[in-house]
Design a protein around this ligand. Structure first.
Ligand SMILES: [Zn+2]
Ligand SMILES: [Zn+2]
Length: 371
């Protein structure tokens, strides 16, 4: 072998996680990718496991509307919530370079449709060009991830990679819902469902000035965990008396703003019932149905209901800046920090849904980027 050949050969192989769709996660070997025009190679610092990974890929491949029944997951390296350090830049890259720490917005869109131009790559209307990390292109559950520069957002100090992984999806989603509902100082906030997105809504809601945050949760183990974080002022058990208990806590008025992060029909009903007259609500949880009586529950209360999916590139960048300025660390909602080699165990924990967020970090022996 000549020196020239060894120079051009892939520098190393890397570990990456493949999801066969049978409730397991496999660690496989892949070549380390080389960035092309407009691309960056990121050394992964942290990569979150999301509820959507569990529901649409891990337990069995499911489709999304618009995909003609074909599974949304294309057998790539999983993980759409990466954060890490740029180690190499391809030609034509202008904003980021080696050594920069970034959060990766989880979808690259066509860049020219109406939604992309507004920064909502999530809603890109070009199904050929729209590619989500961990779904249609290789994602962050790997030692390295190849990303488009356009999807990178600065990870500003003192945010950590773990914080960045949370902002990449769940915190961005919570922020957008609160932004649309317009929560502001002196108002009470109701958060139904205290999984990672609900906890994000609690932290961001308080940052945006909510006076009091009331959480609703049905899982006793999760309630223990949430109490230890101090992100909510009161926790109401999700049962048939939940609305009465919310009204009692608010002198019969309810909360000015509410967020459903439960994705359940009874959870959404609780959010509607716990919202005050002229209140604003955002639906963030995926799946299921919304069932409600209309006159007394919605019209006569003059309610506004927003349906919100993820956030924009700029929304995510604004949020990261605000959290950093406030000295807040989204990483506090992490209950399990596992290494890439423990991916199977990590997915099983996340699928059990009893705790906070589960994230993957590099194996200890290879932890060359720490933040
Ligand atoms: Zn996610
Ligand atoms: Zn587009």
């Amino acid at each position: 072998m000549t020196t020239r050949e060894s120079d051009t050969a892939p520098a190393t192989v890397m570990k990456g996680v493949f999801l066969p769709g049978d409730a397991t996660a496999e660690v496989r070997e892949y070549p380390v990718p080389v960035p092309g025009p407009g691309e960056l190679l990121i050394r992964t610092g942290a990569s979150g496991i999301c509820g959507s990974d569990i529901g649409y890929i891990y337990r069995g491949y499911k489709t999304h509307k618009g995909l003609n029944g074909k599974p949304a997951y294309k057998g790539v390296i999983a993980g759409h919530e990466p954060s890490g350090r740029v180690v190499a830049a391809g030609p034509g890259v202008t904003r980021f370079g080696a050594g920069d720490d970034v959060i990766v917005y989880h979808i690259h869109g066509c860049g020219v449709c109406r939604n992309c131009r507004a920064g909502y790559y999530i809603s890109c209307t070009d199904q050929e060009q729209r590619k989500a990390y961990g779904w249609q292109r290789d994602g962050g559950h790997a030692d390295y991830v190849l990303v488009s520069e356009a999807t990178c957002i600065p990870l500003v100090a003192p945010l950590t990679y773990a914080d960045g992984a949370l902002i990449a999806c769940g915190f961005g989603t919570a922020y957008e819902g609160l932004r649309r509902a317009g929560v502001h100082g002196g108002e009470d906030l109701l958060v139904v469902g205290l999984g990672p997105v609900g906890l994000a809504a609690a932290m961001i809601g308080r940052m945006l000035g909510a006076r009091r945050v009331i959480g609703v949760e049905r899982n006793a183990e999760r309630i223990e965990f949430v109490r230890s974080l101090g992100l909510v002022d009161d926790i109401v058990l999700a049962d048939e008396k939940a609305v009465d208990n919310i009204l009692e806590l608010t002198d019969g008025v309810g909360c000015a703003v509410s967020v459903d992060a439960s994705g359940s029909t009874p959870g959404r009903a609780t959010a509607i019932g716990g919202t005050a007259e002229w209140g604003r609500m955002s639906l963030l949880g995926e799946g299921g149905t919304l069932e409600t009586e209309v006159s007394d529950s919605l019209l006569h209360k003059q309610l506004t209901i927003n349906a919100s999916w993820v956030t924009s590139l700029q929304g995510m960048e604004d949020l990261a800046g605000m959290l950093a300025a406030a000295g807040l660390h989204p990483g506090v909602v992490i209950s399990h920090r596992m290494t890439l080699g423990q991916a199977d165990e990590a997915y099983a924990l996340a699928a059990a849904g009893t705790t906070g967020k589960v994230i993957l970090v590099p194996d200890e022996a290879d932890a060359d980027v720490v933040r």
